[in-house]
Design a protein. Structure first.
Length: 159
């Protein structure tokens, strides 16, 4: 038997260690939590996606009485950006969550469906999307969505 190791590299950065543009992206994600429609979970998530030309598109989670109809903040931001500027590859996404009257101390990470959706952009544009996960104790930085979703299915096996 041969064992295959898959390593994910995550950096933990304090606010003063983030670049100005990353800090701006994180602040936009935090601000987007205020636009969350989350009457069922009361869990307000904000996302901000930066495109190659520097434009930032924001999204927040949008829930529905028929639960599966709702959408995560990450896909709200991502699909919004793709619909407006399909020629621009995404370069980074920041995510923040607000619950119980405060931003969470530990970062939240995108769900599997959001990882899969974002992975498609990395395949489509041949790009890396840096992932910034905000928590009050620090921001996790991961260099690509593919790192967050090892052993991916990206359609390349299809004829
Ligand atoms: N949610 C997001 O928007 N992004 C995540 O990364 C995790 C979960 C939303 C979905 C739902 O509206 C609420 O948070 C609770 O799961």
């Amino acid at each position: 038997m041969k064992e295959i190791q898959i390593n994910v590299s995550v950096s933990l950065l304090m606010p003063d260690e983030l670049s100005a543009s990353d800090r701006e992206l994180v602040e936009r994600a935090k601000a987007m939590t205020r636009n969350s429609y989350s009457p069922y979970s009361h869990f307000q998530v904000g996302a901000a996606l930066r495109l190659a030309d520097g434009t930032i598109y924001g999204g927040s989670n949008q829930e529905n009485a028929a639960f599966p109809v709702g959408l995560c903040a990450e896909r709200a931001a991502f699909f919004y950006a793709q619909a407006q500027a399909p020629e621009q590859p995404p370069v980074a996404i920041a995510i923040a969550a607000f619950s119980g009257g405060a931003f969470l101390a530990k970062p939240i990470s995108p769900c599997g469906m959001c990882r899969q959706a974002l992975l498609e952009a990395e395949t489509r544009y041949g790009c890396h999307i840096r992932v910034l996960l905000y928590g009050t104790e620090g921001t996790y930085v991961i260099n690509s969505v593919r790192e967050l979703l090892p052993l991916t299915f990206d359609g390349s096996e299809m004829a």
